[in-house]
Design a protein around this ligand. Structure first.
Ligand code: HEC
Length: 130
């Protein structure tokens, strides 16, 4: 009973919070400098050792197209839960984040001053295809 009530209020809080943030959300996309050059550098290293055996960089143009209009968080969640295919979830949160920065950079999107962060606004950054 107690647990049930608590779960309900968490859900309610999350709903209220999402409603509040979406009202104030700026329309930001992956083209707006949403990752740093340092993340790109770090992501490149992780990508080359953990992803490049199975994937070619040019595939990601299609991937971004497939995820178009979703938030970057949706892509991040997908990577965390399913990649690398031979050992899903084996990387640190920050490594998945840096890989996304690297992929976006390789697609021509610019780096900026603010790091991409799954715990800070990633769900408000929209994916657009290059
Ligand atoms: C052992 C091989 C392997 C490794 C290593 C691997 N992947 Fe994959 N990946 C796959 C396969 C196979 C699929 C296709 C899964 C499907 O579509 O059912 C896939 C699918 C994907 C997709 C979705 C493609 C789409 O069209 O939706 C993305 C994005 C992706 N991988 C990224 C990564 C990243 C980033 C890494 C490194 C962290 C990685 N993968 C490591 C084999 C691998």
């Amino acid at each position: 009973m107690f647990l049930g009530t608590r779960r309900f209020s968490y859900t309610l809080l999350i709903v209220l919070f999402s409603a509040a943030t979406s009202v104030h959300a700026q329309e930001r996309t992956v083209a707006d400098g949403v990752f740093t050059e340092a993340q790109v550098e770090s992501g490149k290293g992780v990508y080359e050792s953990t992803c490049s055996a199975c994937h070619r960089m040019r595939e990601y143009r299609q991937v971004l197209r497939a995820f178009q209009n979703n938030s970057v968080m949706v892509l991040w969640d997908m990577l965390v839960s399913s990649m690398p295919a031979d050992n899903p979830g084996s990387l640190a949160d920050s490594e998945y984040t840096d890989i996304i920065a690297y992929i976006l950079s390789e697609q021509g999107y610019p780096a900026g001053d603010t790091p991409l962060d799954p715990y800070n606004g990633m769900d408000e950054i929209k994916i657009i295809a290059p």
